[in-house]
Write a protein that binds this ligand. Structure first.
Ligand code: 5GP
Length: 187
């Protein structure tokens, strides 16, 4: 562990290494390239958490895709979402008639994405599919079809590779379980 030595000390353990991520992201990009052959999908990056995954993924895809960015905020505590979603930054272009791929960092309860999917469908997208880096299936509270998932993970709060706690740790190249001492010492 040559870089980020200081912030690595806040982790309980590494869950997914940068090598495992790189391999899986490549595989996912190839799968999407095949599945969307002949089409020009709109890739929507859900800010901020998906920004690292998104930039690695789109660079491995061999398609005439376009990129869009959406920022949403979920009301609730810093470690649990409430399902009430506010759009902080909306898409720049119309998506009607387009094949949309929503790129998310993690699906937990599923509330955020099920809300967002509904919003995109009312805008008359031709298709809406979900691509997520991480999935915690055990925590699902609403039914949600996740077409493309890189890793299923256990119920633990993770950071790194774009995912934050209190806006920190997004720059870790690996994904790790945050040590509970970090969020229990606050207040
Ligand atoms: P959901 O609406 O599916 O419960 O929550 C999805 C959002 O909750 C994610 O986009 C992410 O912002 C946040 N989230 C859920 N689990 C984790 C986690 O383990 N680590 C981090 N950093 N964020 C999480």
């Amino acid at each position: 562990m040559d870089t980020n030595a200081r912030i690595y000390g806040d982790l309980e353990r590494i869950l997914v290494t940068r090598e495992e991520i790189q391999e899986k992201v490549r595989e996912m990009a190839q799968r999407l390239t095949k599945d969307y052959e002949g089409r020009e999908p709109v890739m929507i990056c859900i800010l901020k958490g998906a920004f690292v995954f998104f930039s690695d993924l789109v660079r491995e895809m061999d398609l005439p895709l376009t990129t869009e960015f959406m920022a949403i905020s979920s009301y609730g505590s810093s470690t649990k979402s409430s399902g009430v979603v506010r759009i902080l930054k909306d898409l720049d272009r119309d998506i009607s008639g387009r094949d949309v791929l929503v790129v998310e960092d993690i699906v937990d309860s599923g509330l955020t994405l099920s809300y967002l999917k509904g919003v995109l469908e009312t805008r008359k997208a031709r298709s809406v599919a979900i691509v997520t880096l991480l999935d915690k299936p055990a925590r699902r509270r609403v039914p949600l079809e996740v077409q493309y998932s890189c890793f299923n993970i256990p119920d633990a709060f993770v950071v790194g590779y774009g995912l934050d706690y209190d806006e920190k740790y997004r720059n870790l190249p690996d994904i790790g379980v945050l040590h509970p001492k970090i969020y229990t010492k606050e207040g």
